[in-house]
Write a protein that binds this ligand. Structure first.
Ligand SMILES: [Zn+2]
Length: 75
């Protein structure tokens, strides 16, 4: 397990789309490697804010649709 490998698998690691043994290997690496741990944190925050923004967008879209339906039904 080295930094290049961890960086390459970062996305999959966060999505937990790799086998448990690899998850564990990366976790072990992160414990000893500040560089990669930082990358994981950054990526995690990025993903989180992306999801939050997406959620907000979806909410807004639904609201607009509801409004449309309301107006259409009124006519
Ligand atoms: Zn590393």
């Amino acid at each position: 397990m080295n930094c290049n490998y961890v960086t390459e698998k970062l996305e999959l690691f966060l999505d937990e789309e790799i086998p448990n043994t690899e998850m564990e290997g990366i976790r072990q690496h992160l414990l000893g490697c500040e560089e990669c741990a930082k990358k994981v944190e950054t990526e995690k925050h990025f993903k989180q804010s992306l999801r939050e923004n997406l959620g907000k967008k979806l909410l807004e879209t639904n609201l607009v649709d509801d409004m449309k339906e309301f107006i259409l039904n009124k006519n």
